[in-house]
Unconditional design. Structure first.
Length: 453
């Protein structure tokens, strides 16, 4: 789970697992300048703590970001609000177009003429369907993930490089999507009344498989992972991992600067595939305390079992969504099925209708799904700061996020659109920790000494 989301990378990797199940509902689509930042002591003495005001300190940190840079990051992030809407409306438009024009029915008829085996009929339908949806959504995709990223100085690839990776992502989506659809339509055929229950189980199963194989087989298609060479950073990270019983002996560096200027890291995988990785932008742009904070946050996701917890929450969301889909799908088929050429849930020609209903459900669910993720990120923040004991590092990293994430949103805005805590919330947590924290030990010497690193 990434501390800093790389939109382009996440759109590629999520073609497996849960996103592979929902893929038909979603259109496929240099060093940062350093800001002078105050550097108060990492630990507050008992005397200083009495006069240390976390609210005022938070405002001091926020005030270090120049107004023009704040305006630019706000404009970038607020533009993302509209992109959520445009992507949803594009999915709706593509789905209605494929249904009303009977293109979906013709693709189904083509698959039935091409082969009699129903499992392969699904493959012969979904591959051209995915390609057609990808082509129709490409204009918005290229604006959102290429031109817009370059305009705000976050992308490093030329168009040929970017397009090449989009084609790789399309290939991954076709393979993963075809496998998922084969299983789903087998469920639709064998359980026409209870498919929504079994479909949820299929979604959770594939999400788990995706989490297991993605670090090994998908991510290396786009980036090179190599052992981290800097011994000081490596040993500091591994020390935190050992202290929290994370079963890794190696730290990897990934060349994310090939695609972006954003900083990111993750502790990914499951059992034998567990891997700690940080990108080269993090190494170039951040100090050791900042790197420790980011990596401790990522370890928090692993130690707190956020992968399983989030999978459980989203399994519940999917169950509710599929239950509603069953009712709405049957109603739509009764009213428009003959016009669209759809015979029932087991008919692949109904895939655009499934996409339409599910995309509407998850669009409405956005504030609640974001809240679930944001709460997990908040828990990882708390774990991270207590593990690395770097409150100023946490504040500095939060300010680096301000390059592409709105730093100080309103409460309603944060509830609806933020899947991570805002920069203000993270800095306030760091300052609250700094206020409350006293060094371990009973002697006066221990009380006045900084915490061990």
């Amino acid at each position: 789970m990434k501390f800093f989301i790389n939109a382009d990378m996440s759109s590629r990797v999520t073609s497996l697992g849960l996103a592979a199940f929902l893929v038909f509902a979603i259109p496929v689509a240099g060093s940062a300048q350093q800001t002078p930042i105050p550097n108060p002591a990492a630990t507050v003495s008992p005397e200083t703590a009495k006069s240390f005001d976390p609210v005022a300190e938070t405002q001091m940190w926020l005030g270090t970001v120049p107004a023009d840079k704040r305006a630019k990051s706000d404009a970038y992030f607020e533009g993302g609000y509209w992109l959520v809407l445009w992507n949803f409306l594009l999915t709706v438009a593509i789905s209605i177009f494929l249904l009303a024009s009977r293109i979906s029915a013709r693709l189904r008829d083509f698959a039935e003429r091409a082969i009699r085996f129903k499992t392969m009929q699904v493959v012969f339908y979904v591959i051209p369907y995915f390609i057609l949806a990808w082509v129709l959504s490409f204009p918005l995709n290229v604006y959102e993930h290429f031109f817009r990223e370059h305009r705000y100085g976050m992308a490093t690839q030329n168009f040929a490089q970017w397009f090449g990776e989009q084609l790789i992502g399309l290939g991954v989506m076709l393979v993963a999507g075809a496998i998922v659809m084969i299983v789903l339509y087998a469920v639709f055929r064998r359980a026409p009344r209870t498919w929504w229950i079994w479909g949820t189980i299929v979604a959770i199963l594939f999400a788990s498989i995706g989490a297991f194989i993605s670090p090994l087989y998908v991510e290396p298609l786009f980036n090179t992972y190599k052992p981290l060479e800097n011994p000081q950073i490596k040993e500091s990270i591994l020390a935190m991992a050992r202290a929290n019983e994370i079963p890794v002996t190696q730290v990897f560096e990934v060349d994310a600067s090939r695609q972006t200027t954003r900083i990111s890291a993750n502790v990914a995988g499951f059992l034998s595939t567990t891997r700690i990785a940080l990108n080269d932008n993090l190494l170039k742009q951040c100090t050791l305390p900042e790197i420790r904070e980011v990596m401790a946050h990522e370890m928090g996701h692993y130690v707190l079992n956020h992968g399983v917890k989030l999978l459980t929450y989203f399994g519940i969301f999917i169950l509710i969504g599929l239950a509603l889909t069953q009712v709405m799908f049957e109603g739509a088929v009764r009213r428009w099925g003959e016009r669209w050429g759809i015979h029932g849930i087991a008919d692949p020609a109904g895939l655009p209708l499934l996409a339409l209903i599910l995309s509407a459900f998850f669009f409405v669910l956005t504030p609640f799904s974001n809240t679930v993720t944001r709460v997990a990120e908040r828990e990882a923040d708390a774990f991270g700061i207590n593990t690395c004991r770097e409150p100023d590092g946490m504040a500095k990293v939060a300010l680096k996020l301000a390059v592409y994430r709105k730093l100080d949103p309103g409460p309603l805005e944060e509830f609806i659109f933020f899947d991570h805590p805002s920069g203000r919330a993270r800095i306030r947590m760091a300052m609250d920790w700094k206020t409350a924290h006293l060094p371990a030990g009973e002697s006066a010497a221990a009380a006045s000494s900084p915490p061990p690193h």
